[in-house]
Ligand binder design. Structure first.
Ligand code: BDR
Ligand code: CA
Length: 313
């Protein structure tokens, strides 16, 4: 397994199959200060319920789960049942959650936690509504963060020809995040499509002992099934969201380029697009983002498998 760096993080997510795996990797390899939920793949009640179920399966009884925004800043809430099913994590026999949310104020939790623990990283794997609201409500937050690592964007789209789902769902929030001024790492579709849950990789999860591994293998099968059915060129679902966690915990797995990235909020055809400045001109604007462009996919999946194994008995 490649070397891991344990950083304090808050995971802001919309579980979602790949968000669930991101929770596992974060719990295994980061100092996970809390989980905040946002509407995205499914309505907020369901993404929150799913986060609680996953933390139960991992035995993370001490990790707070705070629910946040039930809709984007400006756009209407629209979900992704065509990928994740009605529940947000269809495909496995899941238990009822055993606990309730710690609070319904994710934004306040983000602000207070980042004030208490300087250098906290925000990892955003859903629409960036909570993160943007926190940055907008607390002027000091940007300067206190270690940075923001997000899954979203890319040089092509998946929700529209131009826009990736997380960006498309709340482009105004994403634009605030890309302008925040501190360290920013983007794991977009160019990267995540190189990291697929192939049948062979899912078998590695299935071979682990215990209930958690069986549940996660079933979730992978459902998630990959919808992707493969809907695509011409994928042999498994892109394992998008764990990349935003691994970017911090296992940075050596990745290749990055520093670029200026801006989010389109007004284009009739391009709303939610991330415009990555690839011009080779000396006068191009300074970079605001480390764009992850490549990874060692087998080694990264090994980290995922070992993370699941660390909770399996
Ligand atoms: C992103 O959208 C969601 O469906 C996934 O959870 C991931 O965060 C990929 O476009
Ligand atoms: Ca997600």
């Amino acid at each position: 397994m490649s070397e891991s760096t344990r950083l304090p993080i808050i995971l802001d997510c919309d579980p979602g199959h790949d968000d669930a795996i991101a929770i596992v990797v974060a719990a295994a390899h980061a100092d996970l200060l809390g989980i905040t939920t946002v509407a995205g793949n499914a309505p907020l009640e369901l993404t929150t319920r799913n986060a609680l179920i996953v933390t139960d399966l991992l035995g993370l009884t001490e990790t707070p789960v705070h629910s946040g925004a039930s809709r984007p800043l400006v756009a209407e809430a629209k979900h992704a049942d065509y990928v994740h099913g009605e529940s947000g994590i269809d495909g496995a026999d899941l238990p009822e959650p055993t606990r309730a949310v710690t609070s319904a104020d994710a934004v306040e939790f983000i602000i207070e936690t980042c004030r208490a623990t300087e250098g906290t990283w925000l990892v955003a794997t859903g629409p960036m509504t909570n993160v943007a609201l926190a940055l907008r409500s607390a002027n000091d937050l940007a300067g206190r963060l270690g940075g923001i690592s997000l899954m979203g964007g890319g040089s092509f789209g998946n929700r529209t020809a131009a826009a990736e789902f997380n960006m498309w769902a709340d482009p105004e929030a994403a634009a605030i995040v890309f302008d925040f001024g501190g360290p920013l790492i983007m794991s977009g579709l160019d990267l995540t499509h190189q990291f697929q849950a192939t049948p062979e990789r899912i078998d590695l999860v299935r071979a682990l002992p215990g209930r958690l591994a069986g549940v996660l293998a079933d979730l992978f099968v459902f998630f990959s099934g919808t992707y493969v059915q809907r695509s011409d060129n994928l042999t498994g679902a892109p394992v998008h969201d764990p990349c935003a966690v691994l970017a911090l915990t296992h940075p050596r797995l990745f290749e990055r380029r520093h670029r200026r990235v801006q989010v389109e909020t007004s284009g009739a055809l391009t709303r939610g697009m991330t415009l990555i400045d690839e011009r080779g001109l000396r006068e191009r604007p300074d970079p605001n983002c480390a764009v992850q462009v490549g990874l060692d996919a087998d080694a990264a999946f090994d980290v995922v498998v070992q993370a699941i194994a660390s909770f399996s008995h």
